[in-house]
Write a protein that binds this ligand. Structure first.
Ligand code: DGL
Length: 272
């Protein structure tokens, strides 16, 4: 039995598209419904209560679109609101545990860096999951809130002086700690992978939450007869709560295929 309903993915903005691009690579036959809450980004500097409220509204929107599974493609929501979201009527995936387990398996020297938003770092969730399988790990976590704005603004070139200076300042504690593995704990951050790599060094492994999560979802869909027909033609839909001017160009870059203005619909969650 195949299930051709779409996978629902949400984030506070564009960052979740880094997870979508991994899903498309791993499972090209799956349809995606994406919601980016661009009208209310960033989430990572807000209170737990607000993040939980936004997350449940985003999930309600995706459920209206008859999705078969929901992914919180947002490190912040995954860290703060996952307990509530586990009660959804469809299977729910977050992006923190898979990345943390993957980093714990990757590190050689037991020193792991975590880059996330302020709310993600405050939650300590990455460290908790890492220590489940590597209790002696030394974890250095840094809140890098400005990275989110740089990506939303489209300031993402590896040689952009603002990107380099911001990254240098944020990454210093992780470089000083000698981490050999760094988790990109916010889904916006893989967009800045090149600049981050230039600062931490090529010997350091960057763990992208999207890759780790896409692998786990592929296995889940196959094990539970929820995968789409391998011959089906996928239909992707992209929704945002506000249309920033850089959305199409950044989305095109992240997904590796042309995203036009008419491919993206603006929705008002208060009308649900
Ligand atoms: N992509 C979100 C995350 O993974 C960005 C957070 C934000 O909106 O501040 O945490």
């Amino acid at each position: 039995m195949a299930d051709n309903r779409a996978i629902g993915v949400f984030d506070s903005g564009l960052g979740g598209l880094t997870v979508v691009s991994e899903l498309m690579r791993e499972m090209p036959e799956e349809s995606i419904v994406y919601f980016g809450d661009t009208g209310r980004v960033p989430y990572g500097t807000r209170s737990r209560e607000t993040i939980k409220k936004y997350a449940s509204e985003d999930e309600a929107f995706l459920l209206k679109n008859d999705v078969k599974l929901i992914i919180a493609a947002c490190g912040t929501v995954s860290s703060v609101a996952s307990d509530t979201s586990k009660q959804l009527p469809v299977p729910y995936f977050e992006v923190v545990s898979h990345a943390a387990y993957s980093a714990a398996k990757t590190t050689k020297n037991g020193r792991i860096g975590v880059l996330g938003t302020a709310a993600t770092v405050k939650s300590g969730k990455h460290e908790k999951f890492i220590k489940e399988i590597l209790p002696e790990a030394e974890v250095t976590a840094c809140a890098c809130s400005l990275f989110v704005s740089l990506v939303e603004e489209g300031w993402i070139a590896d040689d952009d002086p603002v990107v380099i200076e911001t990254a240098k300042r944020y990454l210093k504690p992780i470089v000083d700690a000698g981490a050999d593995t760094v988790i990109l704990g916010c889904t916006h951050f893989p967009v800045l992978k090149g600049a981050i790599k230039n600062i931490v060094g090529t010997d350091v492994t960057l763990v992208d939450a999207g890759t780790a999560t896409a692998n786990a979802i592929k296995k889940y869909l196959n094990d539970n007869a929820l995968a789409a027909d391998s011959k089906s033609r996928p239909h992707h839909k992209f929704f945002v709560s506000d249309k920033p001017y850089s959305f199409c160009s950044t989305a095109t870059r992240l997904l590796g295929k042309k995203v036009n203005d008419e491919d993206i619909k603006q929705v008002d969650l208060s009308n649900l």
